[in-house]
Write a new protein. Structure first.
Length: 383
């Protein structure tokens, strides 16, 4: 019998409750065609005589929460981009956003299939890593467009992020905005999303609700500080037992962060060990923990594991660059286009950085498009 998503799992007759664990694990080991993150879900179509899924039969011992990505396999329509929202409070804008999402007529794509890139490639390998240690894991996504959703949730392609200085950031802040104001906007936005039943009705919409549903599961989170900040209310509602099970991988978090007690030591030095781009470092840390720790409920041993990895490693040298204001960036772009009218934004920005100056990708792209528009020329296609 074929399992979900075209997965070919040889059915095994479960003769009684005592055979459930060996039968499920054996079937998963013999799955030859599905992707790693489908391993648990593939058992659902050939479930035991009691029609129990692998989760029902065995329980989940690890909850993994990862962030979404800006990179998508399907480009979002302009109507489902945060940049098209009008001004207003974060709560009002979030409610307007949800109306757009619920009224969208675009095709639905599962969260697992919607995202892509280096970060997401690692996310899709997490279940396989967990299985090697006999962990039974469920992955949820922290999405700036949808809130907390399972991998199987059907989503419309969209563009939204909690990252600052991005055209589709939920924060309306401009350069120089106080960090506390941006954080308050992110929290209000997340709370508004959480009040909606979501794209997968019946599934937990907040971290604390998820923790209550799985009272014996370790809770692993791989997220940037901006996404952690957005979920402030969720963390505050966790009871003591939930906090004891919480382990967070956030290489960008500063000392003194409100979740410092739950953070695992991690920074750019770990790229030497774990490889990959910096953008995927948090989930690579999570994968390493899954591969090397038999029990994930306590943070102490995991902290020691990563402290050992960091010992003796030198921090990468980062040369300070001059950050340009908008008017200086605009002047640079106009000068560059005067010399080469066909110059695209990516190589143009690379030249600027090679000259010891700095500008964020999204800000540079927005100014580039503005300059192109004011000159009546076509926008470059690789921004």
């Amino acid at each position: 019998m074929a399992g979900g998503s075209g997965c070919h799992v040889l059915p095994i007759l479960i003769s009684g409750p005592t055979d459930i664990e060996n039968s499920v694990l054996t079937a998963l080991a013999r799955c030859t065609s599905c992707r790693a993150s489908d391993l648990l879900e593939c058992t659902q179509s050939w479930a035991s005589p009691w029609h129990r899924t692998a989760e029902d039969a065995l329980g989940v011992d690890v909850l993994a929460i990862v962030t979404c990505t800006n990179r998508k396999t399907v480009a979002p329509p302009s109507a489902l981009t945060v940049r098209t929202l009008g001004p207003g409070t974060a709560t009002a804008r979030a409610k307007a956003w949800l109306k757009k999402v619920q009224r969208s007529g675009t095709d639905l794509v599962t969260a697992e299939s919607l995202y892509c890139g280096d970060h997401w490639q690692v996310v899709r390998s997490l279940t396989s890593a967990a299985y090697q240690r006999r962990h039974r894991m469920r992955i949820y996504v922290c999405s700036a467009g949808y809130g907390l959703v399972p991998l199987s949730a059907p989503l419309h392609p969209y563009a939204a992020t909690f990252s600052p200085n991005h055209p589709d950031s939920v924060s309306q802040g401009r350069s120089g905005q106080h960090p506390g104001a941006a954080r308050a906007e992110a929290v209000a936005w997340w709370n508004a999303l959480s009040e909606w039943e979501g794209p997968a009705p019946g599934k937990a919409r907040t971290l604390d609700a998820l923790a209550r549903e799985h009272k014996d599961s370790a809770i692993l989170i791989a997220a940037s500080p901006q996404y952690l900040d957005a979920m402030t209310g969720d963390f505050a509602r966790l009871d003591e037992a939930g906090r004891e099970r919480l382990t967070i991988f956030s290489a960008g978090a500063q000392v003194g962060h409100f979740l410092s007690d739950h953070l695992i030591p991690a920074d750019a030095r770990l790229q030497e060990v774990l490889g990959g781009a910096l953008v995927s470092l948090n989930v690579r840390c999570m994968r390493y923990a899954l591969e090397h720790r038999g029990s994930l409920r306590g943070r102490a041993a995991t902290s020691r594991l990563f402290s050992t990895l960091l010992e003796g490693r030198i921090r990468p040298t980062r040369h300070a660059k001059e950050s340009l204001q908008d008017d200086a960036v605009e002047s640079y772009i106009r000068h560059a286009l005067a010399g080469d009218p066909g110059l695209r934004p990516t190589p143009m920005l690379r030249r600027l950085r090679d000259g010891g100056r700095a500008c964020e990708d999204a800000r540079f792209g927005a100014i580039y498009r503005r300059v192109r528009g004011s000159s009546g020329e076509e926008e470059g296609g690789d921004g």
